[in-house]
Design a protein around this ligand. Structure first.
Ligand code: ZN
Ligand code: FE
Length: 263
């Protein structure tokens, strides 16, 4: 869940919490886009100076709603090689409930940014998928994150590698092995349902393979507006159940807890 500090979301934290209550949820996690060093992707995230205000707003909602809704305080950090040290010190600066690690860039290409959609035209799609999954694997291997965000975001605009690409299959498997080895959770996100690809992140095949490997899953709607809170949760839970997953991962003070999926 995001806040207007990232410049592409609307609504107050209280609005998101109210939407969660209206949707019958018992727990919500806020995870706005973290500040990043050296002006990285600055237009799409809060500045370092806004972090205290973000935390104060979420803490206040958590305290006010304590007996009605569990409000978890998280952050969505970017994994971008070269920034790890600065991101780690941001993570160390606060007792988060959870930290999401997301890959939004391949090199200097913001592949999921509508403003850079044109760059897909000159890309080798198969290579882009392989590069993306390698970055996600590396993000998991850092051990810095609790949850890997939208694990196949590369498909957002619908570009697809050749059907049955063995290279992409291998890259997906290597990503899942890194996630399993680092004991981090994968986000199952409904955001893809609202994007051109029109599909849950990650694809059912990745959910099934990850489930068979014992990888935990955490649900996220990645809401950028209060009305998106909990969007697609039934569809995501169905995808998990179909893969034999009966428990969701939830995080409190960076410890994983299990929540049984109601069937
Ligand atoms: Zn966002
Ligand atoms: Fe993201």
């Amino acid at each position: 869940m995001h806040t207007p500090r990232c410049n592409h979301a609307t609504g107050s934290v209280m609005d998101y919490c109210q939407a969660a209550l209206d949707a019958g949820l018992s727990e919500i996690g806020m995870s706005d886009h973290s500040p990043m060093p050296n002006g990285f992707d600055a237009a799409w995230r809060m500045a370092y100076l806004e972090l205290p205000d973000y935390l104060a707003e979420v803490e206040q909602a958590r305290d006010v709603l304590a007996d009605r809704l569990a409000v978890r305080i998280g952050i969505e950090a970017d994994f971008h090689p070269g920034t790890e040290e600065a991101v780690q010190s941001m993570i160390d600066s606060y007792p988060w409930d959870y930290v999401i690690g997301s890959v939004h860039y391949i090199g200097d290409w913001a592949f999921d940014n509508p403003d850079e959609l044109f760059r897909w035209d000159s890309m080798d799609v198969e290579q882009a998928y392989c590069d993306y999954f390698e970055l996600v694997a590396n993000s998991a291997a850092t051990g810095m994150f609790d949850i890997i965000g939208h694990p196949d975001l590369i498909k957002k605009f619908g570009q697809r590698p050749p059907a049955g690409s063995q290279r992409v299959k291998a890259a997906e498997l290597a990503m899942l092995e890194a996630v399993r080895d680092a004991d981090v959770a994968l986000e199952i996100s409904s955001a893809g349902l609202r994007k051109p690809v029109g599909e849950i992140y990650p694809a059912a095949s990745i959910v099934q393979q990850g489930a068979a490997m014992g990888i935990p899953f955490a649900f996220g709607s990645d809401a950028h507006a209060p009305q998106e809170v909990g969007h697609g949760i039934d569809e995501c839970l169905r995808s998990l159940l179909q893969a034999g997953v009966t428990q969701l991962a939830s995080f409190h003070q960076r410890e994983r807890r299990w929540v049984t999926i109601e069937q």
